[in-house]
Design a protein around this ligand. Structure first.
Ligand code: FES
Ligand code: FE2
Length: 346
């Protein structure tokens, strides 16, 4: 058994649906050349770094020699230097120098434990196992008519509860009163459909009224179409119509605001949400304007979502009370159960 297999069997066995999936562990711009960034995924401590060629690396935060934390070391000449005895690991994770025996070629087995890594949509993704899927598509990312802004990180307890909240428009009038909904006049939610498509859950549009429903600070009627792409990745495309007739000329029937959400499950009850927003309307808000609004909305969300008990999401529908307006959340829970997701669930 090699080190990677051993680690994958340590403490608990992570189910294949999560082990062999891609997970975001950092935003791309957090990981700059010359810096070692510690990160934790499913209680596994990782170290992330970027070499001078721009390639990002995600390794176990562990030196194969005596188990010291590589993240406490440093980078010199594109090599990670362990803080304990100074072993040098190059970009292939191979140890190239043992300072106590400088003339010797380190044995082949002297390798840091590296994980699969990809960079997409302003995020660094890793897989601790063998990826069974591609990173889910974010269609607006390569469309130049959309401005993209990475926002977060936002701390939540359960990443699944954060995803479920993200796909739930019935909380808008209460949690985001005066922003994404009206507490005195909440929208009745009409029937909508949910179906499975290419391994993802998709919904038809759900209509809501939003007094300041987008970064232009203009009242809109919004139509949300959601997708649960993976257990911890979700997306919505929002069609926006300006409701104030005096400002209707500022909008366009093609106006869209999309959000791609990822959750990094740090432990069973701690997670980090990062999102990328994409919008195509004019005038385009500044990056700061987009972030300020998202910071407000996600703080309002976590303030309530983190009070939900149990902290681990129940995937058996008999454990909480559901209503037809929760259809997408219900399907999400059953879908997690069908995939065999156990970590962070009850
Ligand atoms: S523990 Fe890393 S060099 Fe010894
Ligand atoms: Fe919300």
């Amino acid at each position: 058994m090699n080190c990677r297999e051993q680690l994958n069997q340590q403490d608990f066995t992570l189910e294949p649906a999560l082990l062999n999936d891609w997970h975001v562990v950092a935003a791309s711009d957090e990981v700059t050349e010359g810096k070692l960034i510690p990160s934790t995924l499913f209680e596994r401590d990782l170290v992330i770094w970027r070499d001078s060629g721009g390639q990002a690396h995600v390794w176990e935060d562990l030196c194969i020699h005596r188990g010291a934390r590589l993240s406490k070391g440093f980078i010199a000449s594109d090599r990670v230097v362990c803080p304990y005895h100074g072993w040098n690991y190059d970009g292939t994770a191979q140890c190239r120098l043992i300072p106590a025996s400088p003339g010797e070629t380190p044995m082949k087995k002297a390798k840091a434990i590296s994980h699969h890594v990809q960079e997409a949509y302003g995020f660094i993704w890793t897989s601790l196992g063998e990826p069974e899927h591609d990173i889910p598509d974010f269609p607006e990312w390569n469309d130049d008519s959309y401005k993209k802004v990475v926002c977060g990180p936002y701390r939540f307890k359960s990443g699944y509860r954060a995803v479920e909240n993200f796909i739930d428009p019935t909380h808008f009038p209460f949690v985001h009163a005066g922003v994404n909904g009206l507490m005195d006049d909440p929208d009745p939610i009409g029937a909508y459909d949910v179906w499975e498509e290419n391994g993802a859950l998709a919904s038809s549009e759900v209509q809501v009224t939003q007094p300041y429903g987008d970064p232009r600070n203009v009242p809109v009627t919004a139509f949300y179409a959601y997708k649960c792409l993976r257990p911890l990745v979700a997306y919505f495309k929002k069609r926006v119509l300006i409701t104030d007739p005096d400002r209707a000329h500022e909008g366009n029937p093609n106006d869209r605001f999309c959000t791609y959400l990822t959750a990094q499950q740090v432990s069973e009850t701690e997670s980090i949400v990062r999102i990328c927003c994409a919008m195509n309307f004019n005038p385009m808000p500044t990056d700061d304007e987009v972030r300020q609004r998202q910071d407000l909305v996600y703080a309002q969300d976590s303030d309530i979502v983190d009070t939900q008990r149990p902290e681990r999401i129940p995937t058996d529908l008999r454990q909480e009370l559901h209503h037809r307006t929760d259809l997408l959340g219900m399907k999400y829970r059953s879908w997690l159960q069908k995939m065999g997701v156990q970590y962070g669930t009850v």
